[in-house]
Design a protein around this ligand. Sequence first.
Ligand SMILES: *Cc1c(COP(=O)(O)O)cnc(C)c1O
Length: 396
Amino acid sequence: MSITELMPVYPRCDVRPVKGDNCHFITDDGRRFLDFASGIAVNLLGHSHPALIGAIQKQAETLMHVSNLYGSPQGEELAKQLVDLTFGDTVFFTNSGAEAVECAIKTARVYHQAVGNDEKFELITFNNAFHGRTMATISASNQEKMHKGFYPMLPGFRYVDFNDLEAAKAAIGPHTAGFLVEPIQGEGGIRVASEEFMQGLRKLCDEHDLMLVLDEVQCGVARTGQMYAYEHYGIEPDIMATAKGIGGGFPMGACIATEKAARGMTFGTHGSTYGGNPLAMAAGKAVLDVVGNDEFLAQVRTMGEKLRGRLEQFIGNYPELFTEVRGKGLMLGLKMTVESRGFYAHLRDNHELMTVAAGDNTLRVLPPLVIEDAHIDEFMDKLSAGAASYQPEAAA
Ligand SMILES: *Cc1c(COP(=O)(O)O)cnc(C)c1O
């Protein structure tokens, strides 16, 4: 037998974390990493946050799981918290981001079928998007590397260029049900939607009775300095997927919708065995209790501006490596002149600094939202040392 016990779908590196410590983690060979990846925008409160640990411990002792066929005081409480914090009127809880996007796709389709427009099932999505790894969510992305070997894709998606409002408008046809878009593309390389684009999509949806579906799985939950990224644009979606940070490390997500958009989501149309179980609800509540208020969001914006200012200054010293800092709040990207994967590995292997590589030659910087000035200092020291010692040819 030569296959590994863990199905070998990830190119796992030899960093083997065994213990978390606030904004750092420690590996089985005793190395201590500064974690500016956060499990890819998940550990909003860092590692080992006492409020999150306490909430999970207490709920595990009290009631871990029961069926969704019973009443859920825990689910009602968290759903109300999300409804109060967002545009939404109603929430379906999931166990992952892809499932939240799946639920959003189903909600958009069934809206039209519930009002008798059976021919409207197609979502217009955007080049270089990432929506997850299920059949529907890979079909919703134009990325060939995720399709290869898994054909046929699901019908009902049409791709146009991100930030190209005219192309989005031109793609609307008799089958169009709506748009599915990340306000800030994460995997695609921290590409920020323009105001004109997001406001234009909203207007097109209003004019044609289409669903504006946002994938805020990566950019949501305080990451950008607003509770959700759509707030930066002065618009509201009809349907939104959220996950990653919402459980702070506990696997959960949610699909949030307006009453109008959810009109087809009636008894028996959707479900999940684990989705919204009491343990997940306790984790989600612990996270929202910390991040869902103006003081916390203002602090994310302050730290985001500090980090961004330092990065802008830093890249000026290395014009041969970096061209741009982009993103919002603590969802930042360094656009590089070379493939970012090599530099990410260099920081990881030689400077005990964790970041995330992304598309479009971009290095993602996604720290826990609870970072302090000392973490930014440590990050800039490691990043500067890494840039000074980096030889792209040697890495490639
Ligand atoms: C990570 C991600 C997903 C998928 O989430 P999973 O929890 O891995 O299923 C979907 N959309 C976006 C924008 C993401 O970043």
